[in-house]
Design a protein around this ligand. Sequence first.
Ligand code: GDD
Ligand code: MG
Length: 361
Amino acid sequence: MKAVILVGGLGTRLKPLTINTPKAMMPVLNTPFLEYVIRRLSRHHITEIVLAISHLAQPIEGYFGDGSRLGVSLSYAIEETALGTAGAVKNAEKYPGGAFLVLNGDIFTDLDLTAMMDFHRQRQSLATIAMTPVEDPTSYGLIETVTRGRIARFLEKPSWEQVTTNMINAGTYILEPEVLSSIPPQTNFSFEHDVFPPLLERGEPIYAFPSSCYWMDIGTPEKYRQLNQDLLSGKSNQYRLDPVTGVSIGEQGYCHPTAEITAPAVIGSHCSIGKNARLTGPLVIGTGGTIAEGAVVEDSIIWHQATIAAGASVRHSIIANDCRLGADSIVEGSVISDNVIVAEGYKMAIGSRIQPGTSIG
Ligand code: GDD
Ligand code: MG
């Protein structure tokens, strides 16, 4: 079976992190998010993959290329203007003749794709939608099922009054090629609004494949940070930290013997951790980070090439690439985009969102 991964969304709710970095390339434990998705497909022997992209294609194509490094064959279907979820799949259409997979490209899950494919065949389904329980279905596509998982109703982003179940669209579909014929070419069209509801109204056999395995949509900074924390604490079977130390430190780094690192923590290669620095997990520090003498990092995700100068502290925050926090500065509960400079001694307001390239204080 072949797959299309939707990686075209603007990542609006993740701004300012997604101004320079597409959502799919956001680092999760220092590896681009999409790499986990592709590796998981490959483990289920799905190796022909199309990436449907509508903006910021270059960083994705530059990193993954033809996919050979990951043992898959990747091609790219690039939209001139965003075509919506279904329009993007239509644009990527290369696979008549067999059922194929469609994945929302912003979901981290342990979903058993092989079991889902078996379920799809057994039910002789036209479209099978993976389904997962959540606490708040209003941010998702609500799914009501009847017997044997047959879907009776699909309602995208219901209001609380419309919520009848906690089961939602988990963003993985297996579609028979006939579904593509209901999608007009080069038109903005969505599975959630324009494809699934009309197919259900016509009584077509559409099934939900239920699963309660690990599942996370990284749509907001809070969820993105939660995903990193969940992986550090072993909630998904796709990542295991060293069970003894709970700390992973990349190659060619330096850690002063007085520095204190509390698990769980992932620290990239070429990092320098200074005297009396205090690093308290869950935390991730990217490649080439410098955490100077007496600096504190706690419960945070720091991307590549950061400098946290002496005595500075970062708590409960996300810091994107190439940032410099001056000596004794304080950052808490904030999201800082790339190339930001924070002046020495500056105390940032809790909950700040800082645009790329800003100098503060
Ligand atoms: N190529 C392309 N073109 N991709 C797109 C486009 C587009 O125009 N629009 C969205 N995407 C991609 C996004 O990058 C993302 O990977 C996926 O399609 C879903 O879009 P989101 O914008 O993240 O939607 P959502 O999270 O609000 O809701 C969707 O996902 C939920 C599960 O997380 C819906 O499918 C819901 O029904 C579902 O419950
Ligand atoms: Mg999403």
